[in-house]
Ligand binder design. Structure first.
Ligand code: NDP
Length: 354
């Protein structure tokens, strides 16, 4: 596959031009362009520049509202509602964040509901700053377009790939670490973006990732994209997919994946959904000693993981924490003379055309 090399600055500039031309308001254009660029910086290819055509298509088709500005409402002592009003989720998430933090610090626990939103991004940017900047434990749940079958047994697309993310603050020598513990994953065996990338580059997919249109497991990503994705870890993934649907759609009043699919007339355009972010302040919620004692307990666990990693390395293996790959990519991009990232020529010309 022919590729071209792009700097992060070039990436952000391309995004800004394309999104603005597609009708997105200035504030959201800045936020989304930064978000895409951060995904490339951290090596999250399935949510980097690859997403730009999808954002633009959502705007040009009129399904996403480029003019919408999020509206934040204080709806209960522990609950903030950020209404994206048919725009993208990331600006609505950012708009609601400061009130979420204030409420979590006052009450110990708080929830941000994001509704009527189109979410094309990874979930880690929605939780990472809550842990890194504010010392909160945070969890995010998002339901999405119906692509995943109820497994075992199901034949049809019922649930979204329904990602969930978790962030927990960590201690550094001078306070909070800017590298908290974060994981962020789809509840499907594979994210659909990765399956699309596999189809584009002619790679096969693991046999448990998807079924074809006849309900048979397949390792052909194109057949899987036409059929249905499978949940992670068999029936346990089905449990998680259901949990995310319930959290993200029931509290926000937004569509379950199957409802959104029914009203979209089966087209491939993105559908509008809800997201729920839960924030817990260890200063108020831990049983003894507040944030300091909590962070000490947290580090005890990671000391153990580090010791295990050393043993694994000595035995010729390796283990790592989630996000370590992202931190390493970020460090390289920020400090170590990052020479840009590779993007396929085909995607590049699509983005430039946009
Ligand atoms: P991955 O399976 O790639 O990774 C899941 C998590 O596991 C990450 O936190 C990752 O950390 C960690 N991890 C990976 N390998 C290891 C390892 N060897 N040891 C320890 N930890 C590991 O994620 P998915 O493919 O499930 O999801 C990809 C992205 O897609 C997510 O960001 C998700 O939010 C997004 N998504 C967005 C949707 C939307 O509608 N907006 C829908 C579905 C998914 P690391 O990053 O460091 O590798």
């Amino acid at each position: 596959m022919a590729t071209v090399r792009l700097s992060l600055q070039e990436c952000e500039a391309i995004c800004k031009k394309a999104l603005s031309k597609a009708g997105l308001n200035d504030a959201a254009t800045k936020i989304i362009s930064e978000n895409i660029t951060k995904a490339e910086r951290d090596g999250c290819r399935s949510h980097g520049l690859f997403r730009l055509p999808g954002y633009c298509m959502a705007l040009q088709s009129g399904r996403a509202n480029g003019k919408a500005l999020p509206e934040v409402k204080n709806i209960a002592p522990s609950c903030v509602l950020s209404d994206a009003r048919g725009g993208f989720a990331t600006p609505a998430c950012l708009a609601g964040q400061s009130l979420l933090v204030e409420k979590a610090k006052t009450n110990g626990v708080a929830v941000l509901l994001i509704r009527r939103a189109f979410h094309f991004a990874a979930l880690w940017p929605d939780v990472e700053p809550l842990a890194a900047k504010h010392g909160l434990v945070a969890m995010a749940f998002l339901n999405s377009q119906a692509f995943v079958a109820h497994w075992p047994g199901g034949l049809h697309r019922m649930y979204g790939t329904n990602p969930m993310a978790f962030a927990c603050p960590r201690r550094s020598a001078d306070g909070l670490s800017d590298k908290p513990f974060v994981f962020d994953q789809a509840t499907s065996f594979m994210a659909r973006g990765d399956m699309t990338l596999a189809a584009q580059s002619g790679e096969s997919i693991p046999p448990d990732a998807a079924i074809d249109q006849h309900g048979q497991k397949t390792s052909d990503p194109s057949a899987g994209l036409k059929g249905a994705l499978l949940p992670m870890a068999g029936h346990k993934g089905t449990c998680l997919a259901l949990m995310v649907e319930l959290l993200a759609a029931s509290f926000t009043g937004d569509a379950y994946a199957f409802e959104a699919a029914a009203t979209s007339g089966g087209d491939t355009l993105p559908t509008q959904h809800g997201e729920v972010i839960l924030a817990i302040d260890p200063e108020r919620c831990s049983a003894g000693g507040g944030r300091e004692a909590f962070l000490q307990r947290v580090e005890a666990l990671f000391d153990m993981v580090q010791a295990e990693a050393k043993e694994a390395e000595a035995a010729g293996g390796s283990l790592r924490l989630p996000s370590q790959r992202r931190w390493a990519n970020r460090k390289r991009a920020m400090e170590e003379g990052f020479e840009g990232f590779e993007v396929s020529e085909a995607l590049m010309s699509q983005c430039v055309a946009l």
